[in-house]
Design a protein around this ligand. Sequence first.
Ligand code: GCU
Length: 663
Amino acid sequence: MPLPVPVLAEGVDPAWLPPAAFEPLGTRRTLIRGSGPMVETVHGEVADAVARFGGRVVRDPEPGDGMSYDLVLELTGASGDEGFACGRQDGTTTVTASGRRGLLYGLFHVVRLGEDAFRGEWAREVHQPAAALRMVDHWDNVAVHPVMGQVERGYSGGSLFWADGRARGELERVRAYGRLLAACGINAVAVNNVNVHRTEARLLTDRIGEVAALADALRPYGIRTHLSVTFTAPIVLAGLETADPLDARVREWWARATADVYAAIPDFGGYVVKADSEGQPGPFTYGRSHADGANMLAAALAPHGGTVHWRAFVYNHRQDWRDRTTDRARAAYDHFVPLDGKFADNAVLQVKHGPMDFQVREPVSPVLGAMPRTRLALELQATQEYTGQQRHVCWLGPMWSEVLRFRPEAESSVGESAARGGGLVAVSNVGDDPFWTGHPLAQANLYTFGRLAWQPGADPGRLLDEWIGLTFPGASRRLAAGLHAVLDGSWQTYEKYTAPLGVGWMVQPGHHYGPSVDGYEYSPWGTYHFADRDGIGVDRSAATGTGYAAQYAKPWSEVYESPDTCPDELLLFFHHMSYGHMLHNGKTVIQHIYDTHFKGVTEVEEARETWASLADLVDPARHARVAERYEEQLRSAREWRDQVNSYFFRKSGVADAHGRRIY
Ligand code: GCU
């Protein structure tokens, strides 16, 4: 039986799968061959489209039925292969896959192509995801956390999965979410926050049924479910007196608990673990290494085909700002690189893209090039914690693409090694908001992430246009160009009016929205800019600084070591520079700060105008939501500009060369 397409509640935005995007497919005659649950999912999609648009769908006809088809979708096997082949000859487009998910991805490929899928002739092309794991991690709490709320760093309303301590049970919406994820190539979801509090800990044991219900809803769209667990689960859930990873009882407990998880969810993906980090417990308590901790969980998961995603976000968050010997940027490398080669085959080390924490500009984490014998996953943040919290437009595709293309060593790019190793992960930006992502244009971030995980070398601008084409089917040139204009470049715009030249962290402490130049300057979190009357920035050189630059292989260790070769955009990350220092771009540091802050606000004003000019082309609810957020973005950008410029004017006493208003 074909699986019905999930029905969206009134007012919920179809995001990049509006019915109209299926029109080219829906008017055609389609033949589907093969068997198994995923074929039913695909059949359901095509059946829904043809019911709307008047085409036809036929399933496994008798040989020689004499019919001709515009589209043939054929599953030839039942492997785990996710690729598909697609070509067009003699008026028929053919998609074949030997693995279940491949057929689904082939179908969505046809949807993406639109009318082009049915034009002309083209040779068979093979499409294969670069990374086997393409995951979103939800930082969703089951119970509302007193400080972090329902979703930690969530800017899209509540959680799709949980509300007030319970499973929401809105499985139709979860199914619809799975469908959106599949359509951009994502195949795994972690359903709870990496900070695992008391209630959430129980998802592993007596509340596993609630996770199983989510897994059932997501499975038809090829998505495996993962769970964040607490390292102290044996203590908090079973009353053992230790969680020592080398203790036999502890290991046995995990093995049993994991077997029970698989009894409930046979295709369970595995665990995500934040250990010895920001107050979460871990192996250090028992004098064990992170490899010991990860390998214990890997051993429990191995018989069932599961993976542990062990996070490398480990650093001292109780630092003294007076202590110049500790550098947070160094921490992940110092902790983990000595463990290279010690992790089990089904243990993946999940590394944030930068050494700090998802700032608008950071260098690529040196860990990503320094552990050739470890499976590394790259962690990105789709939720815009430090990039405007979905009140600002900040399309992160170009930033992610830069990270993925970066070559920490000569052999491979970050994208290639993550794809080969543990995969690509994004912290989700989705909640129960009718637009899924709060800001309707933030949908482009999730879509782009999924597509980059499939093809890390893809041109992000092309993916943006793909998202525009799907989300606004039949968009006029003016609309498509307007959407492209307000999104493309929005990351650099955000960078301009916030923290300059890679320095980071000039945000309000705690919630991380809006400017506070010294907000984290004297805090225990290891996040300092060291601005004084003469200059600003952190000396991370090997010669005179913290030595962080030396964590890179050549050429990067040399490039970053000297201000002469360090790229402007990272200069203050690596060096403490005088305000009068001349950048490669021909401006002094202080003039660059003034200029970018004025320019960033101007760019927001222009984007807001562009958006206003599209009012007649965008549905009113979406247009209004974005317009309202632009008002806030502009207010906030001006606040950023004026606080940052005033701060540095007061520190340095250097006037703006253009005499603009600084307070
Ligand atoms: C950031 C974020 C936290 C989160 C942490 C993590 O520090 O502010 O809310 O828990 O990252 O990635 O674990």
